[in-house]
Design a protein. Sequence first.
Length: 93
Amino acid sequence: MGAKTNTYGRLLPNTAKASPKLCMLRWIVQRGIITLAKTICKEGVVENIKVLDFELGAEDMAAITTLDTKTSSFFDHRDPAMVKWLGERKLAI
């Protein structure tokens, strides 16, 4: 069984021995969610179709699910304090 670490430093068991990108895509597909994986090259199409060649085990599915922290990496444009802060910024051009 292989192991890979994602950017969050959590362990992804990755029993399928696929790339993290492909494991994430498989996680989405395996949950019954329709996905459109964009690519602009033939190699990307070939890699993306490999998502149909394997299934993630329960351990892998659970590990990927824990990556969702329910928080955004971006600010909330609807937050009044953030809107005020943005409105007060001056660009030094």
